[in-house]
Write a protein that binds this ligand. Sequence first.
Ligand SMILES: Cc1cc2nc3c(=O)[nH]c(=O)nc-3n(C[C@H](O)[C@H](O)[C@H](O)COP(=O)(O)OP(=O)(O)OC[C@H]3O[C@@H](n4cnc5c(N)ncnc54)[C@H](O)[C@@H]3O)c2cc1C
Length: 375
Amino acid sequence: MHRVTVIGAGFGALTAIRKLRALDKQLQIDVIAPASEFVYLPGTIWIPTGLRQPEDLLIDLKGFFQRMRVNFHAARVTGLKDGGRTVKTDSGEITNDGLIIACGGRFIKKLPGIEHAITPCEGIPAALKIRDRLAQMKSGTIAFGFSGNPKEPTAMRGGPMFEFLFGIDRYLRKMGRRDDFKLVFFTPAEKPGQRLGPKAVGGLLSMMKKRGIETHLGSRMKGFTEGSVIMEKVTFDADLIIFMPGMTGSKWFADTDLARSQGGMLRADQYCRVEGQDKVYVAGDSGSFPGPDWLPKQAHMADLQADAAAANLLAELAGKVVSHTFKAELLCIIDSFDTGSIVFRTQKRNVVTPSSILFHWSKRFFEWSYLHKYR
Ligand SMILES: Cc1cc2nc3c(=O)[nH]c(=O)nc-3n(C[C@H](O)[C@H](O)[C@H](O)COP(=O)(O)OP(=O)(O)OC[C@H]3O[C@@H](n4cnc5c(N)ncnc54)[C@H](O)[C@@H]3O)c2cc1C
């Protein structure tokens, strides 16, 4: 009987666990994560406007782990030894015959004054802060922005910021409060949303214009104060700042000999193998994978990579050739509180649909069906 360790309990990790168990009923699966719970991050865009409560998006995984016959270890990984065959954690060591790393990304919080911005990548607590501040504010300026990792352009997350922006705009309109607020969008990118495809950029900017959202584009970020956003070419006042910084890899990667990209992610090949390692795989936001320059850091990609990683690892353990690759595919619904637009991009196609109530409900339905597997 082989033993596989999975690090994380997010999108990539849970998909890897399902695939491992589906392919091998005997396998010993050890999972290491700080808590046996799953946070459905895409749904956190609806917390500030009250469409979701934390308990809708935080799933207790005890039942799922039992069904998958997984040994769960509540711990934080701190490093590796024996070429990845032993995982070091803050509460002991776990050995394996093969390893899948899916511990997500880390956000670069280096800008001076970043503590004055709410960073929604931090999940439910950050979304709750936005909700509470929005409820307290009678009027004022709300600034929404994102930036990237200059050393790795794909290590960024812009899509959700458009969703917070358009969602809150629409929500304020529905409440009859929009005239009391100024909404501002800022980013160092000249063309925000470019990775969603050329069609998306024009659409996003014209939507901002139509909704009376001020923009500050193409100027380097310098920092924040309690009441302002400072960019190289402009400084503007803001009462609430919502900002998604660029991403890098987990801190513990630095204490290992795992190959890392310029941006600090684990360097992997098309089979999700970490370069230069034996039976060490990576899936999701932790990895830097070969692919087009728009390859997204998305839950959908994490799922596709986890599927390939799990199948390849089991093939290797069985002495077979690894052959499973993943498609480079960007697929998301950019939601605006009660409507949404589908963005789809592959090497050959780029589709951006008009905004429709149908796609808002599709996003809600997708969330329900995705979470159903883990409840
Ligand atoms: C607001 C928001 C909206 C989004 N919307 C979408 C969307 O609409 N569509 C889409 O496809 N994607 C969306 N995303 C992106 C998506 O959520 C991520 O790409 C996805 O979560 C990445 O999956 P992952 O498995 O790599 O990491 P995660 O889901 O972040 O999971 C990482 C796991 O590793 C654990 N972990 C971390 N450090 C350690 C450690 N040291 N030891 C052990 N365990 C550790 C964490 O606790 C967690 O369980 C959104 C993200 C945000 C923040």
